[in-house]
Design a binder for this molecule. Sequence first.
Ligand SMILES: [Zn+2]
Ligand SMILES: [Zn+2]
Length: 661
Amino acid sequence: MLDKPKCMLTVDVEALALRAPAHHVDSLIYGRFNGEEWGIGRMMDIADKHQVKLTFFLDFAETELYGEDIIQAGRYIASRGHDLQIHCHYNLLENQVRNRFPEAAESYYTWYEDEAVSEFLVDYCLEQYRKCTDREPIVFRGGEYRVGKALLKKLKEKKVAADASYNYIRPVEKPMNRQFVFENGLFELPVAVLPEKEGIASKVLNFNEAHLYPVKEADLEPCLKEYEKVFREFYDCYGKNTLAAMVMHSWSFCYEKERFQSSGYMDRPNIYAAEFFDRFLAHFKGKYEFITAAQAVTAEEIHFSKTIDFDAVFSLHEQRESREKFKWIESFIKEKARGRRIIIWGKGWIEGRVMRIWNLSQQLDAAFYISRDADKKRLWRRKPVKTFEEAELSRDKDYVLVIANTRFPEIRDSLHEIGFVEFEDYIDIAQPLPDIENGNEEDKEYPACSICGGNKFVPFNSKRPRYCEGCGSVERNRTIPLLFSENLGTELLSKRILHVSPSRPERIFFEKTGAKNITTLDVRPQVKPDIVADLCDMPQVESESFEIVFANCVLNHVYDDNAALAEVCRVLKGNGLFIVWVMGSGGMCTTIDQEPAAWYGQETMDTYRVGTYRHYGERDFYHLLMRYFAEVHAFEKYDAPSEMSCCWYVCKKKNGAGKDV
Ligand SMILES: [Zn+2]
Ligand SMILES: [Zn+2]
């Protein structure tokens, strides 16, 4: 690949009231101090010097606070030729929402799941945006990186092309990803996240992240080195055609750790930050191509090869697991506290996620909260907010629940210093918890099986109710009808199909849909296929004789997957499709199974060379398929009964001969 890996520098432009004592727009957006500018103007000056364009996500909800000043900021960005897009801190539109929707939920955490409210939120931002420029907005980023299904649908309806909110804690904890497409065609440009590695939690590519952010002259070079490492890791992990979206804020040059920790303000320029940004661009502009969000949605090299069902992203199963977890925490704390007061300690209020999923604060009747924002926010949900010092905690009187989403060792350290013992005197939800039993799902009513229509499901190889008692299907079978009806088109079922390693539910499905041109193939005669042959070497099958080769959970089990793919290509006609599902490794890299005979047994291994040889990583599998096919598309399909999703790959053979391999 000749193209340089691509990086998108995004700047959230916002002046949240908590972040400065006064003159919010001037200090937090323009960084105006002592006649100098350390905000968006300075950023654009530096970017212009290197001919780099930045993408600014302007918080249009702040027109509620600052009126015309926000529109002016938008016009200023647009007039300087940088990319202006939409950011929206939903809570700032509280009055507007309450007036229009008296029934709207109390917490803004659910507004983006409500169609009517979402439509209003999007319309509001579009209206403000259009006051700034003649262009139409292309990308949206939710406040606190929050979005929901309803909001994402409205964005697409209103012709916004992409969302850029997905990151390591949204929508559910740590969903790693590269850019993808939602089922309605809306692109997602996730914030770049480095995978968890050797016990180090995953990290966001954030300009103000401690290890990437210089605070003195001597930090400048080491920080550049650190970025080199971070970029290398990122592109190694996801592949070079992944867009790295980096996060900055309009106050990024005005962040000073000590000042921030003592006051919560971003109101003192850090000259090294601006200096560093200059060096950063000088250093990396030759290596990486810096593109805007508007360019990203049209960049071919980034091709959005994966389409994901909404429900696979906003998984009910994971939400329920979180709910189970919080229910467990609630009873655990009540039991352990034994008459002591319960105190909730949060790191800022972004962790309100906990409150939304299971209203712990209400259930636990906390005495008060501890937060570093205590001096600015004395009350929260009618309870006092204190600093750690004011709280004067003691083991005899208090039990503490730490609700920060990520690990903050300083909170734990403070508690340990005053003698608190984990679980006995406090619990930190970011730490691993003891095993939690799942709730009783026996009398649950399930959605119908997409293959046989049955609705009795039982656990299979996991606690999840995956197995349909009617047809024997699991989710990787039940997503097949959905793949055809929602993505590929059912007319494909009349094509000549080579069905490799046919299972009972798949046979039922093909039979029901009237697919007539099916030829089954397996290396094991007892499966009773039409052709007994080894997929890795099947001279019995004529070249270019099928329009579709269908292989569900097969490639993991063949001894030579390259040979199998070459054979699949050979027997496919020009423009033919290979439709395939494989067991994943759960990561980006393919892993080799240490006990290949464990599932099918030694005899099957000895007789047919069938075993479990490998588990495919998402990136590696994509690259493997791209060696043989002209196009590879992935579809993450959601199975309602099990509340799990399966990623199907649909590969198109080049017209004429296969690719040279
Ligand atoms: Zn924001
Ligand atoms: Zn069934």
